[in-house]
Ligand binder design. Structure first.
Ligand SMILES: [Zn+2]
Length: 127
């Protein structure tokens, strides 16, 4: 039995998580068609080329959509952030002094969660 070399070593998910644990937000960039994508995948979702490279993202984005989830222990938001590079990420905006507005500028931040690093966004200028 031969193994597919694309599956050798840590997968794109693990590579991404390791970078986030080190405080870096990475996305993938396809050298074949110049597409930026998230979440990481073994192939480019635009052109199918294998192994898009992981590149550092600026971490800057805007709130594309947001909704409030209310629970017994309080409310938090679930927001889709459109990165400056193009891809959209489902995440959460923290450190709120007010309400999350669509179109608001936000910056990526890695927070330590119970089961590893979690990507959240904070309002621009609040770091
Ligand atoms: Zn491509």
């Amino acid at each position: 039995m031969t193994t597919d070399p694309r599956f050798d070593g840590p997968g794109p998910d693990q590579t991404w998580r390791d970078a986030l644990a080190a405080g870096r937000l990475e996305i993938q960039h396809c050298t074949a068609c110049d597409a930026a994508q998230f979440p990481p995948s073994l192939v480019c979702r635009t052109c199918g080329a294998p192994a898009p490279s992981m590149v550092a993202a600026s971490g800057k984005g805007i709130v594309y959509s947001t909704t409030t989830v209310r629970r017994r222990d309080g409310a938090h938001n679930v927001s889709v952030i459109e990165l400056a590079e193009g891809p959209r990420i489902m995440s959460r905006v923290t450190d709120l002094s007010g309400v999350v507005r669509i179109g608001a500028e936000v910056t990526a931040k890695a927070e330590m969660g119970d089961s590893g690093p979690v990507l959240v966004f904070v309002p621009e200028g609040s770091e």
